[in-house]
Design a protein around this ligand. Structure first.
Ligand code: DMJ
Length: 682
């Protein structure tokens, strides 16, 4: 594919910066080293050329402020007056929130439909679809074609000059699955006439791959494989061309390819869509997040399969080979990696932000090619054992299974916190154990072992913990991050002194139920972005175990979302929350695209028949876009082998003693700062 290559890289326009300030600045926090943090925040506030979009929590509290007494007196008076205004507005807002909530509660009586006997899952599924339609129509009315939607202000914004169709493209496959023909027709029309990737802008490689490339590829798959769903008229299909989604996907992928031009093949965090250059992260000393680097493979490999172009395949697997060569201990990888040298930065290990989907894509790559590439299963199993050994611990009062973090490496202490993002894990463990088959079927296979039973126990227990993160708040919705009280010293499940985990968790349990005493939500983490990970896991757990309890938990969550995140009783769409610990919950003004792409889709599938999107036939990418499993065939094979050296490689400075004797020389990491000369990192 040929592209023109102009060299000028413009600064982002003021409006876009404002949007990013709003989005990033309003995020919560998650753990990280303070230098790393400093880098991030510096980059955030000073660099006009920010990566396009990120859905990652940041420390807000770390912004340094001078003590008040050092400021001028006038400023102090100003601040007091400003505080009074804020207080007044806050009080006003509190009243408004209460009124909104009471009104909403009355009008939402349909939520408890008075079913007699067995729950009517078809009806519940239609209610989820109803919420999707409300969200979509509010977006159509107020922000059509925009990348960001603020349902309360009833407006939208683009993230680039012409916009990227962020919400439209991310929603395509949900529109198809829900059979929303006329809405899909509008979306398709917009893509055919307005979506143009030839833009002078940088985008985040990972986010654009999982949401946009994944969305287009999934729409291509579904519309070809299930033509009876959301069937378009001949005019619709003809006008835009049969292969509209695939053509757009190929164009976009061609532009993202530049991100993979680093020495090691680890992608740079950003890609410039027009000048086709990869751009390292301007934070984190140029390091990429390991989850981001390791979560583009399903999309690129499916594109390779569809087009027969093997370069996509090679690019994708080179990344995993490089991560493997960096030699994680017990399969657990630090959350940053340098694109040039493929050396890990720091020792922060977690399954939350920046770590999560690296692990998810290991097992899903194994399933994508119909279990014919054992290398990915081996890496997944190693990591899962590593999690048991280093991260799993029990809570103090109810012995809930907690998947904690090791912010300073595996030899240092546990940090007992779980990002909501970690809740993809229970479902993924169950998926790995059975390959997506129902448990009853999987257990009859000769390959089933006691280890698989133990893995299913881990999946069930972690699912229960994620449920407790919802059941333990006033709104019934989880906070962005939940901390837990754990035993001191920590106790692991299976240890001689480990006690039985609490059997049942219910939102109606009394205030002094022991499990409630284990949950500790910090003030900075109380927001809820309508994230999907827990309902995602519920879908896997329900399909695999057949236990209806998981569907019921999903139904409770859906009701809580409707009750607290609806704008104008749902007619205005649904939005994020500031604080899940208060009722009425204060709302934020942003509807994430993954509310449509993931959360509502997973709920819809949870309430659908079990063979609708059979888990043995599709893999969902990390943005919930289903793609088919396939055979390797003649064109493709695993083109790499695992690294035999198991000790983590250390970064070193040229001229110093090589800490990796016997290995090829490692090129020192270089960081490109803006458009200046490359400089060695510290
Ligand atoms: C989504 O973009 C994806 O699920 C990603 O893997 C993690 N963050 C959001 C949803 O929380």
């Amino acid at each position: 594919m040929a592209f023109s290559m102009p060299r000028n890289v413009p600064s982002f326009n003021a409006e876009q910066r404002q949007i990013e300030n709003h989005l990033w600045g309003s995020s919560g926090r998650t753990s990280g080293g303070s230098n790393i943090l400093g880098d991030r925040l510096n980059g955030f506030f000073t660099d006009p050329k920010l990566p396009m979009y990120k859905d990652k929590p940041y420390y807000q509290s770390a912004i340094k402020r001078k003590p008040l007494y050092q400021r001028k007196r006038g400023l102090l008076f100003g601040a007091v007056a400003f505080g009074l205004v804020l207080w007044y507005l806050g009080a006003f807002e509190g009243r408004a929130a209460r009124e909104r909530y009471e009104k909403g509660k009355q009008s939402l009586s349909w939520l408890r439909p008075g079913e007699k006997g067995r729950p009517d899952w078809n009806r519940r599924r239609e209610m989820v679809k109803g919420s999707f339609v409300q969200s979509w129509e509010a977006y159509e009315r107020h922000a059509w074609g925009k990348d960001i939607f603020e349902p309360i202000a009833q407006r939208g914004h683009v993230m680039t000059e012409k916009g990227l169709g962020w919400i439209i493209v991310d929603s395509l496959d949900t529109l198809i699955l829900m059979n929303l023909t006329s809405h899909l027709s509008n979306a398709r029309d917009w893509i055919a006439t307005s979506l143009d990737y030839d833009q002078d802008t940088e985008v985040n490689t990972f986010e654009t791959t999982i949401r946009m490339l994944g969305g287009l590829l999934s729409a291509h798959y579904l519309s070809n494989t299930f033509p009876e769903l959301a069937t378009l008229t001949d005019d619709d299909a003809g006008a835009a061309g049969e292969d509209l989604y695939l053509e757009k996907a190929s164009d976009l992928a061609g532009r993202l390819l530049s991100a993979f031009s680093s020495q090691s093949g680890i992608p740079y965090s950003n890609a410039h869509l027009k000048d086709l250059s990869g751009v390292p992260s301007r934070a984190d000393s140029g390091a990429a997040s390991t989850a981001e680097a390791g979560s583009v493979q399903l999309e690129l490999k499916y594109l390779a399969k569809l087009t027969g172009e093997t370069n996509w395949w090679e690019v994708a697997e080179k990344v995993i080979a490089a991560i493997d060569k960096a030699s994680a201990t017990d399969g657990l990888v630090p959350i940053f990696i340098y694109p040039e040298s493929a050396l890990f930065q720091g020792e922060n290990i977690r399954l939350g932000s920046r770590g999560d989907s690296y692990y998810e894509y290991l097992i899903k790559q194994y399933l994508q090619t119909s279990k014919s590439e054992p290398v990915y299963l081996e890496m997944w199993n190693e990591a899962l054992q590593g999690m048991r050994k280093h991260l799993l611990t029990l809570s103090e009062h109810a012995n809930l299974w907690i998947l904690a973090e090791r912010p300073s490496g595996l030899e240092s202490s546990l940090s007992p916190k779980m990002d909501h993002l970690v809740c993809f894990l229970p479902g993924t463990i169950a998926l790995a154990a059975t390959g997506g088959a129902p448990l009853s079927k999987a257990r009859k296979q000769s390959t089933w072992t006691l280890q698989h039973d133990a893995d299913m126990e881990m999946a069930r227990e972690l699912m229960k913990t994620c449920w407790a993160m919802y059941a333990g708040t006033a709104t019934g919705l989880a906070a962005e991050i939940t901390h837990f009280k754990i035993h001191e010293p920590p106790i692991r499940p299976g240890d001689a002194n480990a006690r039985k985990t609490v059997e049942k968790i219910d939102a109606s349990d009394p205030a002094d139920a022991p499990w409630r005493a284990d949950i500790d939500i910090h003030a900075a983490d109380t927001h809820n972005l309508q994230r999907p990970e827990t309902v995602e896991s519920l879908l896997y757990m329900y399909r695999i175990t057949g236990d209806e309890m998981y569907r019921e938990w999903g139904w409770e969550m859906f009701q809580s979302f409707v009750m607290h995140t609806a704008v104008s009783e749902g007619k205005g769409g649904y939005t994020s929350l500031e604080n899940v610990m208060e009722v009425p919950a204060k709302q934020r003004d942003n509807m994430e695209s993954f509310w449509l792409a993931e959360t509502l889709k997973y709920l819809y599938l949870l309430f659908s028949d079990k063979d609708f999107m059979n888990l043995e036939e599709v893999v969902f990418n990390t943005e919930a876009h289903p793609m088919p499993t396939f055979e390797l065939g003649q064109l493709f094979k695993t083109g790499w082998q695992r690294n035999a050296i198991k000790t983590p490689r250390k970064k070193w400075i040229v001229g110093e003693k090589n800490p990796n004797p016997g290995e090829e020389e490692i090129v020192i990491q270089t960081v490109r700062l803006d458009d200046q000369v490359a400089k060695p990192s510290q």
